[in-house]
Design a protein. Sequence first.
Length: 266
Amino acid sequence: MKRGLVVLVAVATTGLIAPLLSESQELGRRLGGANGPTAAEATPNKPAPRLPDGKIDLSGVWTDGGGQSLDQILKPAELDQILRPETKKLMQSRNDGQDPYNYCLPGGPLRITGGFAWRFIQHPTTNATHIFMLQEGNAHTYRQIFMDGRKHPEDPSPTWYGHSIGRWDGDTLVIDTIGLNTKFWLDGSGIQHTEQLHMVERWTRTNYTTLRREVTFEDPGAFTRPFTATYTAKLGEPGSEIMEYICIENNQYGLAQGLADPSAPK
């Protein structure tokens, strides 16, 4: 009798676990995480969608588009020429444990599109006056781009994402940003900037699943000349979503403090 019960329970449990595992795997596939959602199958011949007003539709869940460090994009000789001596010296003295981003602080406009999932929100859908960038990352922050024709303030208060104004150049979204604070690293390599940093981004949805980002950096306080770096974002597969991400300033676990999470499996 006991043996029969064991078999019955085992069968019943197996029947319950299988759907749960399947659901868990589905969530892992759709919701992103450390490396974002699985990229959709590339469709180079499928054009970018358009909104009712004819503008390119930037919606969807994207991954990357700013996660690579400049020392991975630019040639060493080029980077060496671009960085001022004091900028180079500070960069070389830094390590990952000092990165403010690893203390759950915002990473600035470049790293908002790091390895996690993120979205563009065009509002309203027709003749948008604002575009927002929502990310699955530090502090649940968002970036706001004004599309209503306003100008930059003459003396903006420096913030994590600065003051951004946007316009369309044909099918390319151009975002101009000033007013950035110096509390974040420009990228993961430890490059520092000053409050003179001026960024101009050109976002082009080259096809249905690809978004190209060309960023021109100008900062006479940190760089010897303006320079441009190019990044690529990939569309997540259908059904992808941004996963809730909790990261609080001064977090005492993880890379920043070199401490293990006590709740992690042994």
